[in-house]
Structures are given as structure tokens and as C-alpha cells.
Design a protein around this ligand. Structure first.
Ligand code: SAM
Length: 284
């Protein structure tokens, strides 16, 4: 008997994965956490029925959300990850020996434990000595964090619904600006331009970021298992330009082997389709 995991990308479009096993099913105080095994994508984790991370394409998202800012400011030492429960973002950060501190604020401990048990490929570095895990709301954490504490904030969150909603607000981005150092960078998963509801959230986030940060840009990657496969990230800073100020030679000297990110693709990822540029220009 064939069993399929299906996800509604819109009420008219469904995404499906043939599944061999449904190995984990728990409801936390925040969301429904499920883990499936499949031929094509390997093991994957969903939250409230939405694809979060799978063994086959997680490298795309985690490369782009970490190495893009690290190439702009290779001297980043103190990092804050908001969300990131599967551990993939932290895994990529721990590959930089000069990073001294990684604070990860994940509201739902169940996501971390499920990832450690079922997707060790992502969660393998959460016990690195530089990593401090906080199981609390990232909005509250940032509100009480001290000024100029971090060089990089990565908002690796779910969509702006449920617990993730607060991570797309002006108040939250204002706190992020305050707790970042002068060379600080904020990177966030910024939804997608293709389906209407994702595009609306993308525009809303961008409109807020550009009123708070001196530099606010958007870059893209191809993530086949996220709605439409065309996924965007936000890059915001207090002055650093993601391309003009990038230190590509210094980043390449780190000699990190990556499967998706490279410094040429970095430049290309900020070259957006015309319809996306128009959406961003009209963002409010
Ligand atoms: N890569 C995935 C994506 O782009 O959708 C997201 C990775 S991770 C699974 C997203 C995490 O954000 C989840 O573990 C969720 O629990 C966490 N999260 C949602 N709202 C949060 C909040 N307010 N504070 C901290 N973590 C939050």
C-alpha cells in the first residue's frame, strides 16, 4: 500500500512525497512535529504539516543562510540563531574556527530532540562547546538582550504563522538592530515571491527591514521542497553591502567545501527576476 505525505502549497496546488515510514509523531506546546522516511528525500521533518528540512536538499538552505553573511564579514565572532531547531544552521556555523559563541534560541525543544534522534546529519554539532541552546521565544530573548552583543543574527524561522509570527514584526527587527554590533548583519528566511500568500509575507518583511536597517537586500536560492522551489533570504546591515563589501578572497582562503554556496553564486543570488524587483519596490 503506497503512502504519500502531501502538503498544500495553496488550496489549488499540492506537493507530495512517497513515504516509506512515519517514524515520529508528537504534539508540543507549539506545533505538531512529524518525521518521515522516504526513498527520494531521505528522512524529513515537518512542523504543522509543512516541510521544514530533509536530508536531500537541506544543504541548499543552510549553505545560503550561513556562508552568504560569513563571506561579507569573515570576522564574525558572536552569532545568534533564532529558530534553527533542526541544527543545520549551527552545523554550518561551527565550521568557522574563529567563531567564538553561537547562541541558538529555539522555542520548541521537541524539534531539537527529534532532529538529534532522526536527522543527525543536521543536528550533529549542537553539542559543540561554543553552542548555547536556549529553549525560549526568540522575540523575548532579543527584547532583553544587551546592545551590540552580536555580529550576526540568523532568523531561521518557520513561516509568520503561530510561534513564528513574532519573528516578522517591526518590534523584533528593531531589537535585532539594537543588539547587533556596528558591522552587524541580520539574515532571515524571507519566504517566496511565487505564490500570493508567500509573496505578501516577503513584501511585508522587506518593507519593515528597509525602514530599520541602512542596507536591506534580498537574495535567492533553489529549494525544491519549499513552496514553488524559489526561496528568498533577507540580508540587512548597518552599512555593509552584501556584494561591494564581501571579502571573497578571505572567504575562499577558509577552504570550506560547500555543495551549493560559492562566491560567484553569492553575487548571482542577489540578481533577482524583474517581477521580484517590482514586488520589493512596491513592498509596504
Ligand atoms: N528551514 C526551515 C524553514 O525555512 O522553514 C526552518 C527551520 S527550523 C525547523 C524553524 C524553527 O523556528 C522551528 O524549529 C520553530 O520551532 C522555530 N520557531 C518558530 N517560532 C519561534 C520563536 N518565536 N522563537 C524561537 N524559535 C521559533
Amino acid at each position: 500500500m503506497e503512502f504519500w505525505y502531501t502538503e498544500e502549497w495553496t488550496e489549488n496546488i499540492r506537493f507530495g512525497v512517497k513515504v516509506t515510514q512515519h517514524v515520529y509523531h508528537q504534539h508540543s506546546d507549539f506545533q505538531q512535529v512529524d518525521v518521515f522516511k522516504s526513498e527520494e528525500l531521505g528522512t524529513f521533518l515537518t512542523l504543522d504539516g509543512l516541510m521544514m528540512v530533509n536530508e536531500k536538499d537541506e544543504f541548499v538552505y543552510h549553505d545560503m543562510i550561513v556562508h552568504t553573511p560569513m563571506a561579507v564579514n569573515p570576522n564574525i565572532k558572536k552569532v545568534l540563531v533564532i529558530g534553527g531547531g533542526d541544527g543545520g544552521t549551527v552545523r554550518e556555523l561551527t565550521r568557522y574556527p574563529h567563531i567564538e559563541q553561537i547562541d541558538m534560541v529555539e522555542i520548541d525543544e521537541l524539534v531539537v530532540r527529534a532532529s538529534q534522534e532522526w536527522i543527525p546529519q543536521c543536528a550533529s554539532q549542537l553539542d559543540d562547546s561554543r553552542v548555547n541552546l536556549y529553549f525560549e521565544d526568540g522575540v523575548a530573548f532579543c527584547a532583553q538582550a544587551k546592545n551590540a552583543t552580536y555580529d550576526l543574527i540568523i532568523v531561521d524561522s518557520t513561516d509568520p504563522i503561530g510561534p513564528g509570527e513574532g519573528l516578522f514584526t517591526t518590534a523584533f527587527y528593531t531589537d535585532c538592530h539594537r543588539i547587533l554590533s556596528e558591522q552587524g548583519i541580520l539574515v532571515n528566511q524571507n519566504e517566496s515571491p511565487y505564490f500570493a500568500h508567500n509573496a505578501k509575507e516577503m513584501q511585508r518583511a522587506h518593507a519593515k527591514l528597509q525602514t530599520i536597517f541602512q542596507v536591506s537586500r534580498v537574495y535567492q536560492a533553489h529549494i525544491p521542497t519549499y513552496p514553488s522551489g524559489h526561496w528568498l533570504f533577507g540580508f540587512a546591515s548597518k552599512g555593509l553591502d552584501p556584494i561591494q563589501d564581501a571579502k571573497f578572497a578571505q572567504w575562499n582562503e577558509f577552504g570550506l567545501q560547500t555543495k551549493y554556496y560559492n562566491t560567484d553564486l553569492h553575487v548571482g543570488s542577489f540578481a533577482l527576476p524583474t517581477y521580484v524587483l517590482e514586488m520589493l519596490a512596491n513592498a509596504k
